[in-house]
Design a protein around this ligand. Structure first.
Ligand code: SAM
Length: 167
């Protein structure tokens, strides 16, 4: 299928997934495990944030598996956002794309939701400096109610030398 501007966005999304699976061979199984957790812990209707969504690989799978769910996909890379929007659109109004820098204190305002049921992320949060990551965790504690779910599929190589005294 060729879509807007003659670009085959779904094909680019498939290429993205294939490329990422080269780095993370168990990527698909990991996504499935994350969604299995949501299946166990949340009601059928819920709102999830996909942090550092890239072109929306988590959101795509989540919305396909949970037809009553909604997702908010957050990233700051215009190419990733364009690719995701081109390939997935809004999934019948259930997927909202947000351009926000997770390292900025204002990212939750850009998201425009005061409460969500789940936050998912994969291979994105390791990009944040320690201070920004600490602030983000505190923000998530405000966004998630008791019983909310945060799942981060990533490797965070922070040692003692990377963590400032104020973090
Ligand atoms: C390796 S990709 C992973 C994308 C997607 N989660 C996946 O698994 O396919 C990392 C993503 O994190 C995003 N990212 C990195 N730093 C960010 C920041 N400060 N704010 C928002 N997104 C960020 C990048 O733009 C990129 O899309």
């Amino acid at each position: 299928m060729t879509t807007g501007a003659g670009i085959d966005w779904p094909a680019w999304l498939r290429r993205w997934d294939a490329q990422q699976a080269g780095y993370v061979p168990d990527r698909e199984a990991r996504f499935t495990a994350m969604l299995d957790v949501l299946d166990q812990l949340l009601p059928s209707s819920f709102i999830a944030i996909d942090l550092g969504c890239g072109p929306g690989s988590i959101s795509q799978r989540l919305l396909a598996r949970f037809p009553a769910a909604q997702a908010i996909a957050v990233d700051t890379d215009p190419v990733m956002l364009a690719l995701g929007q081109g390939a997935l659109g809004t999934v019948d109004g259930r997927l909202r794309w947000v351009d926000a820098d997770l390292a900025s204190p204002g990212w939750t305002h850009a998201v425009g939701a005061s409460r969500v049921d789940a936050v998912l992320s994969s291979t994105a949060l390791h990009w944040l400096p320690a201070e920004a990551l600490s602030r983000l965790y505190r923000d998530l504690a405000q966004l998630l109610p008791p019983g909310g779910v945060f799942l981060n599929a990533d490797h965070l190589p922070y040692g003692p030398l990377n963590v400032s005294a104020s973090a």
